[in-house]
Design a protein around this ligand. Structure first.
Ligand SMILES: [Fe+2]
Length: 205
């Protein structure tokens, strides 16, 4: 996959496009409908989750890897290559980071309806996280945006943020960011569905 990596504050922001994965995109939308039909537990809007009013089934899509060639494609052709490239870029900037790493991925789906948003949060247990917009009704300006908060401004230590990178939602955009970067999503003004993955890095190859 083609990609760009922008140096943003002390971090890298990776952007890619998933236009060549239409079957995989439709597969994920079907899976979300299936999980909903089956009454799969919704983790949105309860303790320990920051998604408010949406639908986020407690299911790791990577579990479908061996049963679904389409999910295998998503892991092998999107998640792994982008995560590895992102890691290599990190290693380039820090000699203490080994060139190779053993990575573990988990993934999930989030459906935003009108008014659904995400509170400010970090993914504490992961190293970086990717998000692919797989369905998007048109949003009014400022709605459904991913907000990234600069952790190096002095105001950060006081608990608020003065430098925010705002990323409007675009169908098939894929972004990778550090999982520890504070981020939130502004309220959606129409339906919006994202596929998200987290990457953990463990010692050894
Ligand atoms: Fe997040």
């Amino acid at each position: 996959m083609n990609h760009t990596i922008e140096t943003l504050w002390p971090i890298n922001l990776m952007h890619s496009r998933a236009d060549d994965f239409e079957d995989e995109r439709l597969y994920l939308l079907d899976r979300l409908a299936e999980l909903k039909d089956q009454g799969h537990r919704n983790t949105a809007g309860v303790n320990s989750n920051t998604t408010m009013n949406g639908y986020q089934p407690a299911y790791d899509l990577c579990m479908d890897y061996f049963d679904s060639p389409l999910m295998k494609n998503i892991v092998d052709k999107i998640i792994i290559p982008l995560s590895k490239t992102y890691w290599v870029k990190l290693a380039e900037n820090n000699i203490e980071i080994p060139k190779d790493a053993r990575m573990i991925h988990k993934s999930w789906l989030v459906e935003y309806e009108e008014g659904t948003y995400q509170n400010l949060h970090m993914h504490h247990t992961s190293l970086f996280t990717g998000v692919w917009t797989i369905y998007l009704e048109s949003q009014t300006l400022g709605n459904g945006e991913l907000h990234l908060h600069n952790p190096t401004t002095s105001s950060h230590t006081l608990g608020f943020y003065t430098a925010v990178k705002k990323i409007p939602p675009v169908l098939n955009d894929v972004y990778v960011i550090p999982a520890w970067l504070p981020h939130n999503v502004s309220p959606a003004s129409g339906k919006r569905i994202v596929f998200v993955w987290d990457t953990m890095v463990v010692p050894g190859n």
